[in-house]
Write a protein that binds this ligand. Structure first.
Ligand SMILES: Nc1ncnc2c1ncn2[C@@H]1O[C@H](COP(=O)(O)OP(=O)(O)OP(=O)(O)O)[C@@H](O)[C@H]1O
Ligand SMILES: [Mg+2]
Length: 253
């Protein structure tokens, strides 16, 4: 399997006037191969979303290196990043908020295609296909974000991320706002997409049980640092750190 992403010693330091510099992500290393799913777990504030923003370069990397398909992308400028980031897409924590409330879901899903000058009929056809791939009727293209449930909106957000045919999809607690049954359905969808299209995932969440079900490997973050990494079963059966122990207990409580 070829390595898609390689992060070495990634660090993000936030500096605010009158305050000590704050290491939100501290010396994090990992790799992601084609077709693999990496889980990132940790309590609120442990640095998960900041790490996702470093990987997608929505925020600048303070220290460390990031490679995509062997190419160093740590310091690429916005214009140069465009090409790389067709390959890495992110689905955000709050699906409803990530769509423009005044525009239909279909409009949002087709946006990246229109930006690439794809013809209108072709865009409409792709949007319908993407919706169906994500378990929604094509009729949902005409709905507005407030006219669908949280789970349906999440499916639409995944459809939008898939429009550019990325190699890596990062889901930042994409399912946390949803109840457990819907969460599981979305995870099943992601699994299906992974099997069909050979997609790789980075799946960020609080829930170790979901990570155990769907991820090949996992990083446990605490105060920005990786305190444990490995195969989910091993970590759940034999957590080395007290912090991980607590996360495990929370799952089986
Ligand atoms: N732009 C910023 N400036 C200063 N501090 C920030 C900034 N963004 C995030 N932080 C801090 O970095 C830490 C990590 O935040 P982050 O959003 O990555 O946590 P998280 O693990 O995603 O939490 P949650 O599970 O609640 O989503 C927090 O203490 C947060 O306050
Ligand atoms: Mg977060």
């Amino acid at each position: 399997m070829s390595t898609l992403l390689e992060a070495e010693h990634l660090t993000k330091i936030f500096t605010q006037r009158g305050k000590e510099p704050f290491r939100a992500v501290d010396d994090v290393s990992f790799s992601l191969k084609a077709g693999e799913t990496l889980g990132i777990v940790g309590e609120s504030g442990s640095g998960k979303s900041t790490l996702a923003k470093l990987i997608t370069r929505l925020t600048d990397i303070t220290e460390g290196t990031l490679k995509f398909e062997g190419k160093d992308i740590t310091n690429l400028k916005r214009s140069q990043l465009k090409e790389v980031y067709g390959n890495i897409q992110m689905v955000f924590q709050n699906p409803v908020g990530s769509f423009d409330p005044r525009k239909t879901l279909g409009y949002g899903i087709g946006e990246s295609l229109r930006n690439r000058n794809v013809k209108k009929e072709e865009v409409d056809k792709r949007v319908a296909e993407l919706l169906e791939q994500c378990g929604l009727d094509r009729e949902y293209a005409k709905r507005y974000p407030h006219e669908v449930s949280g789970g349906q909106c999440q499916r639409a957000a995944i459809a939008r991320a898939l429009a550019v045919e990325p190699k890596v999809l990062i889901c930042d607690e994409a399912t946390s706002a949803l109840d457990v049954t819907i969460q599981k359905q979305i995870m099943e969808l992601l699994k299906e997409l992974k099997e069909k299209h050979g997609l790789s995932f980075i799946f960020i969440c609080h829930n170790l049980a979901l990570v155990q079900m769907f991820c090949d490997k996992v990083l446990v973050l605490y105060e920005g640092k990786v305190v444990e990494k490995g195969i989910p079963d091993d970590i759940i059966n034999d957590p080395k750190e007290e912090y991980t122990q607590k996360l495990v207990e929370a799952v089986f409580a």
